[in-house]
Design a protein around this ligand. Sequence first.
Ligand SMILES: *[C@@H]1O[C@H](CO)[C@@H](O)[C@H](O)[C@H]1NC(C)=O
Ligand SMILES: *[C@@H]1O[C@H](CO)[C@@H](O)[C@H](O)[C@H]1NC(C)=O
Length: 439
Amino acid sequence: MFREGHIPNVFVFCLEDWLGTVIISVATCTGRIDKSYPTVCGHTGPVLDIDWCPHNDQVIASGSEDCTVMVWQIPENGLTLSLTEPVVILEGHSKRVGIVAWHPTARNVLLSAGCDNAVIIWNVGTGEALITLDDMHSDMIYNVSWNRNGSLICTASKDKKVRVIDPRKQEIVAEKEKAHEGARPMRAIFLADGNVFTTGFSRMSERQLALWNPKNMQEPIALHEMDTSNGVLLPFYDPDTSIIYLCGKGDSSIRYFEITDESPYVHYLNTFSSKEPQRGMGYMPKRGLDVNKCEIARFFKLHERKCEPIIMTVPRKSDLFQDDLYPDTAGPEASLEAEEWFEGKNADPLLISLKHGYVPGKNRDLKVVKKNLLDNKPAVNKKGGLIGPAKGMADGVGAMQNEAKLDEILKEIKSIKDTICNQDERISKLEQQMAKIAA
Ligand SMILES: *[C@@H]1O[C@H](CO)[C@@H](O)[C@H](O)[C@H]1NC(C)=O
Ligand SMILES: *[C@@H]1O[C@H](CO)[C@@H](O)[C@H](O)[C@H]1NC(C)=O
């Protein structure tokens, strides 16, 4: 049902490379992580976070220690060669960028958060930073989450505060100090009903979960103590069934809970256990699940050198489509254009039925049209050429010479980058051949 190259068959993650740099690796989701597999390498520093675009199965965004955000278009049939040219480079952070998160319903709207404690919201279609929130967080931001219709964000920060922010009004609408009292990292995510779910640590270093209503953050709706362990609990949320899966870093289990409207609000369901601890975890979008097998969640557990799918199913006798397991879910169509969202519109996700499985449509290419920005610094397009305001005669020969010079340098950089990527691949291939001969 799925063509190669779509989310179900391609898994992207950040992994420490053997040369000491971190690159984005792309692999088919079952196999070993193979050094010779093509990579996405364009950042000049380690990649710290990536996010798949919810509106285009071929597009990912990455944030890096090199202070930039890059957006990539993975070719339709997966990567056959390493990808070195991002569709767009977004520059605006002064320190490393640890978080990237696409807007859930507006096309081409991307949020990034960096160690400069700033949140920037970009229009990827024009490459512009349209909203910068740089005076709201006094310490590192651990986690950012959009609400269901993308009107608000919530953040968890090292200053122990959870904030609910209206990004377009540039206003904090609610906040809770010491949402969890412990010093270790917190996570905060928005639920579909507008409540905020957090994980963190108590003063005694017990792991905690809590549920908050942004209209009254004084007291949590529910607070649970779990156990004593160092691993940050990473929440993965399914808004259709109100289930939260908690994967502890370094744990070998996934615990899941149902969020209910009445007490106990956070209702423990079950634990999935395995042997080996998880270094990281990826979560498949709902539309990628196999409804014929009554699959309700699929995770990708990252090991040292391999990535293992974890498939959760609900045993059912009937072969019929199980409506109760699959309420309509967010589809790949954006509800709004970036401009509409920046002008103040909100819209819920456009839902699709999974009754006949999800058949990916044709993804459009992500187009970036740089606006005529006020500064006359020429922008670089993905071909390494220059785009920018059409040059009139008045610009003079000097500018044109500079431009030509710059063009030349950029071309050279690109060719060096390509060479490095190709060499990288060659070395890996040779290593593999050596290993085969040795075996
Ligand atoms: C917030 O944390 C959750 C759980 O770790 C993760 O799935 C999500 O991607 C994080 N969001 C961002 C923007 O980092
Ligand atoms: C978007 O969500 C906010 C917060 O839950 C809500 O107040 C608002 O009415 C929603 N807007 C639309 C258009 O659904």
